[in-house]
Design a protein around this ligand. Structure first.
Ligand SMILES: [Zn+2]
Ligand SMILES: [Zn+2]
Length: 640
């Protein structure tokens, strides 16, 4: 140990814990800054220096140091590169319209990187394999099970009628119930493992378990929700790139980051251990703060569910999702920081040197590095033990420096020989992550090629179809508007349809087959053309449709008008993949627009199903809608 020099004091009293500690930037005992400066904030928060990365402000929105707190600081760069690769992969596969490859990167990109983080930080050595397997197993099982349980209800709910609001029941069920349910379920693995494990807990162990459980849950749920998309083939030509980009952003970035944040927060709260001495009066609140953060994320996430069912433009939806993920990440960061500052610490040996894995100084072995302020527990147990077993040794100033030479700090003046901290190898990380993603992507792309049905071949005759219009049928009940302005036949209520009438028309919810909703209704035209009305109605309910085609020679009530067939792909964190088809046909007479519309799941018509070519209606409801379209009549039309 070097002798103290005359001109610099080797110890000083910490202004917070009032203990004589080695002089330096930070107090090795309580972690606070030793010399108060502007912007350091309250001592229990230490806002100027994040507890798991040197030189980072607490509120810096860094993915690498928030999601991977145990990594030695220099190992974070390879992880940042893979994070960038996740982003590049998402954008590339969305632009190439390759759904299977896109789903692989979106669902597995971040979770696989998190597994590699666990490996790099010795979790497979430090944590019992049983706990990790139980966490991942529960996460996957619950994720798949939850989607299978709620998927049918979610999918059926997309068939909302045009021009109406969202039913309150649907708002509660799909808007609040499904997202809050999934948030709570993704915490089950952490709670289960915590109940089995009563002692020797550190908050960052809890973070690992909690985030692993939530990430495996969300990965399994995402793959299950999007699996129907594999049937659209290796390249989904019909789908707009913008729709895939939004899907990539929500499923590949917002969902996993939010999941890791909430799982990690709850895990850290469950594993948080108060120090034996009650010297720190804030520890009692820390667990409550962590749980409160997690509850806040759940509440915001429920709000997201409402956004998802409310038919706002998809880009706005993506921005809202990414903003919530950013807030969740910041809460996670603050939560981990507070846990590291206030939890129980390892035994302190302030007279023994130890190498700090973050700033690479040789410092006294205390709860915090006096040089960079990072908590000693922001490193794996194995790393701490190794560095304590092979303590740095003081070296003579005139020896030539080597890789093992590290500068001392504070009471550890001079230079030291210490085994350098093992750094994550770029090549190894990229190779393992890339290989994992490529293997799964190739398998899923192969699967999608195999299950994709080639376009049907038509021979005309006899496979000659007709447009979704037909001859009116007399036997059906007839609706006449209360003011007598129009009348229309509609399906008889019964097993196939649930009928709702209003002064403006009839709504028929198809209960069989693919489901969906048909509307036969009127609107005042107010001088608009049939085309304006049809497009306005579709845009108001489904803001991001892609027009498939305009119906040639569309007629409503034997009056030439305008017909539109469009597709949309509902977005959201909890939505299942589905291609929705919207058909709207409008004719205007006497400034009154009569409208026939149908919304339901897309289903390709073929020689064995549907109207056949030239109809591209591809909607089961369209088969039946035809006979009502021309049954409309305006007031004063001749009887037919
Ligand atoms: Zn102190
Ligand atoms: Zn340090």
């Amino acid at each position: 140990m070097s002798a103290p020099t005359e001109d610099s004091p080797t110890t000083m009293e910490c202004r917070v814990c009032q203990t004589e500690v080695p002089a330096g930037e930070f107090c090795g005992l309580c972690g606070d800054v030793l010399t108060e400066r502007r912007g350091t904030g309250p001592s229990w928060l230490r806002i100027s220096a994040y507890g798991a990365a040197p030189g980072e402000h607490l509120l810096l929105p860094s993915l690498a140091s928030s999601l991977f707190p145990n990594l030695p600081h220099k190992s974070r760069t390879p992880f940042r590169i893979v994070l960038a690769l996740v982003l590049i992969g998402l954008v590339t596969f969305a632009t190439l319209r390759m759904p299977a490859a896109l789903i692989t990167v979106a669902a597995l990109g971040l979770p696989l990187l998190f597994l590699l983080y666990l490996r790099e930080t010795d979790a497979f050595r430090d944590l019992p394999a049983r706990d990790l397997l139980l966490t991942a197993g529960l996460g996957i099982t619950l994720g798949v099970g939850w989607v299978l349980l709620t998927g049918a209800a979610v999918a059926r709910s997309y068939g909302v009628p045009l021009g109406t609001g969202i039913a309150a029941g649907r708002l509660l069920r799909e808007g609040l119930g499904v997202p809050v349910g999934s948030m709570l379920l993704m915490l089950v693995p952490a709670v289960a493992v915590r109940l089995l494990r009563q002692s020797n807990r550190e908050s960052l162990d809890g973070f690992m378990i909690g985030a692993l459980g939530a990430l495996t849950f969300s990965a399994a749920a995402t793959i299950t929700r999007l699996a129907p998309q594999f049937a659209s083939g290796m390249v989904a030509r019909a789908r707009p790139i913008s729709s895939l980009l939004v899907e990539a952003g929500i499923r590949g970035i917002a969902v996993p980051v939010t999941a890791a944040a909430i799982g990690g927060l709850i895990g850290a709260a469950l594993w948080f251990t108060r120090p034996a001495s009650k010297a720190d009066q804030h520890t009692g609140y820390i667990r409550a703060i962590l749980a409160g953060f997690a509850a806040a994320v759940v509440a915001v996430y429920a709000g997201l569910g409402l956004v998802d069912v409310s038919h706002i433009p998809q880009w706005l939806q993506l921005i809202v999702h990414l903003s919530v993920a950013m807030v969740a990440l910041l809460l996670l960061r603050v939560g981990l920081h507070l846990a590291l500052l206030h939890e129980a610490h390892d035994e302190i040996h302030s007279d023994e040197p130890v190498l700090c894995p973050h700033c690479n100084h040789v410092v006294p072995d205390m709860a915090f590095c006096p040089a960079c302020g990072v908590a000693t527990r922001a490193a794996s147990r194995s790393s701490r033990n190794e560095r304590r077993e092979a303590r740095p040794t003081s070296r003579e100033p005139d020896e030539p420096t080597t890789d093992e030479t590290h500068p001392g700090y504070s009471v550890m003046a001079g230079t030291y020989d210490a085994t350098p901290v093992r750094r994550t190898s770029y090549a190894r990380l990229l190779r393992t992550w890339g290989a994992g993603i490529v293997v799964v992507a190739v398998a899923l792309v192969g699967l999608s090629v195999v299950i994709h049905k080639p376009s049907a071949r038509y021979i005309c005759p006899p496979d000659c179809g007709h447009p979704p219009t037909g001859e009116p049928v007399e036997v059906n009940p007839r609706f006449t508007a209360p003011d007598g302005s129009f009348s229309v036949s509609y399906p008889a209520p019964g097993a196939a349809y649930k009928i709702t009438t209003s002064p403006t028309g009839v709504r028929a919810d198809f209960l069989g087959g693919d489901g969906g909703t048909m509307q036969l209704m009127s609107r005042p035209a107010n001088g608009q053309t049939a085309e304006d009305i049809a497009k306005g109605l579709v845009d108001a309910t489904f803001p991001d449709t892609k027009t498939a085609y305009e119906i040639p020679n569309a007629m409503v009530g034997y009056m030439p008008g305008y017909g539109l067939v469009a597709d949309c792909w509902p977005q959201g964190a909890n939505s299942n993949y589905m291609r929705m088809r919207v058909i709207a046909m409008v004719s205007v007479k006497n400034d009154l627009a009569l409208i026939a519309a149908a919304v339901g799941p897309f289903r390709q018509f073929g020689p064995d199903f549907g109207l056949g070519k030239p109809s591209g209606a591809n909607l089961q409801l369209a088969l039946d809608m035809g006979k009502y379209v021309n049954s409309f009549s305006w007031r004063g039309d001749p009887p037919r």
